[in-house]
Design a binder for this molecule. Structure first.
Ligand code: PLP
Length: 367
């Protein structure tokens, strides 16, 4: 008997998450020095974390022989103050991806359906499959979540709905008004998970807190991996009713959020000037990429996040050609095979990738 025969039957079918390729790997494969590589593959903050967050992280390093505060007391108190909720309405995660998994552990049974848009963030499907639940895709319109079409897919077995806004990898978003209408029209047995990974890039992110406090079944997720620039530390959080947070806390490991990450996150939250500056630099970067695409005749999907989905013809080939010149972009799954996703970089990185795109277009059969 081998291990595979002993494994549960689900794990053998589980698809693998394809992360953005790391700088060091591409440098080695393509014969570059790591500093020569321009990575625009994982929607990271190209300006990095706030210096205050880095300093707090360094200081926390001195105490790593101690276990972290398993309750995340200070960070949860600070989040409570920022969101005007109670600390018991917050759960911390090893990235918000961990909380997506915790939601699966707490709520999903094999007969349950998990509903999300056909081009939504891929982790929802992975978690549904891992739990043995049934992933259900709602069609999207012009690569944007269509909440009316999504509503039509809700049935007696629907347990969980994921909506990311802005969505990754499309960058498309939904208004507060349409989200509220959608949530208020859901039956009682459905939990709505609102993934706000890119909320800080919006001028006025949709606010569902009144609905949460009214008792609607909503779990919202945020992360420090994107605008806060702490992707490598793995820290995110969820908020909702005290009841749902209590259940999620039961499913997590005692020390899932580490001490360096929590200390850095606390300091990062205090530096909202940094966040604002990154938001406006990101907007300028988006315009820079959009205008370059327009001048090259490349269609793109309107985005309010820190990346742009560009219709390039053959996304996989474009990805490979860009790598040869030291640029890591993100190839897309088959359903978006004509596209490539490019994260907004510094203006210099954007220039570099624009030059790169110009250079590879003839190779893709475009002039
Ligand atoms: C990046 C991202 C997350 C969060 O990732 P973590 O690093 O695990 O916090 C969640 N949802 C979407 C849609 C994302 O793009």
């Amino acid at each position: 008997m081998n291990y595979s025969q002993l494994a549960n039957s689900r794990i053998l079918e589980q698809p693998t998450y394809q992360p953005g390729k790391p700088i060091e790997v591409v440098a080695r494969e393509q014969g570059f020095k790591p500093h020569e590589i321009c990575k625009l593959a994982s929607n990271e903050n190209p300006w990095g974390a706030s210096p205050l967050a880095l300093q707090a992280g360094h200081e926390a390093l001195e105490g790593v022989h101690r276990y972290p505060d398993g309750n995340g007391t200070y960070l949860r108190e600070q989040l409570a103050e920022i969101h005007a909720l109670s600390p018991s309405q917050f759960i911390l995660g090893n990235g918000s991806n961990e909380i997506i998994e915790l939601i699966g552990h707490v709520f999903l049974n094999p007969k349950d359906e998990v509903l999300f848009g056909e081009h939504a963030f891929v982790v929802y499907k992975l978690v549904a499959l891992l739990m043995g639940a049934k992933p259900v895709c709602a069609p999207m319109t012009d690569l944007r979540h269509d909440l009316h079409l999504m509503r039509e897919k809700v049935n007696q077995n629907t347990k969980l709905i994921f909506l990311p806004s802005p969505n990754n990898p499309t960058g498309s978003w939904n208004s507060e008004e349409e989200i509220i209408e959608f949530v208020c029209g859901l039956p009682e047995h459905v939990i709505f998970c609102f993934d706000e990974a890119y909320a800080e890039y919006l001028d006025n992110p949709p606010n569902l807190k009144a609905l949460i406090n009214e008792g609607r079944k909503i779990i919202a997720l945020r992360t420090f991996s994107k605008i806060y620039g702490l992707a490598g530390l793995r820290i995110g959080y969820g908020y909702g009713s005290e009841e749902v947070i209590r259940l999620l806390q039961l499913a997590r490991q005692p020390f899932n959020a580490n001490s360096i990450a929590m200390a850095s996150a606390i300091a990062a939250l205090k530096d909202q000037d940094w966040v604002e500056e990154c938001r406006s630099k990101n907007n300028r970067g988006l315009r820079q990429l959009e205008e370059a695409c327009d001048s090259m005749g490349l269609p793109w999907v309107p985005s309010k996040a820190n990346f742009l989905l560009i219709k390039i013809g053959n996304g996989t080939q474009a990805f490979q050609e860009l790598q040869k010149i030291g640029i890591i972009a993100r190839p897309m799954p088959d359903s978006l095979r004509d596209y490539i996703r490019i994260s907004v970089g510094t203006s210099q990185e954007n220039k570099f990738v624009i030059e790169g795109l110009k250079q590879i277009l003839p190779l893709l059969g475009k002039v």
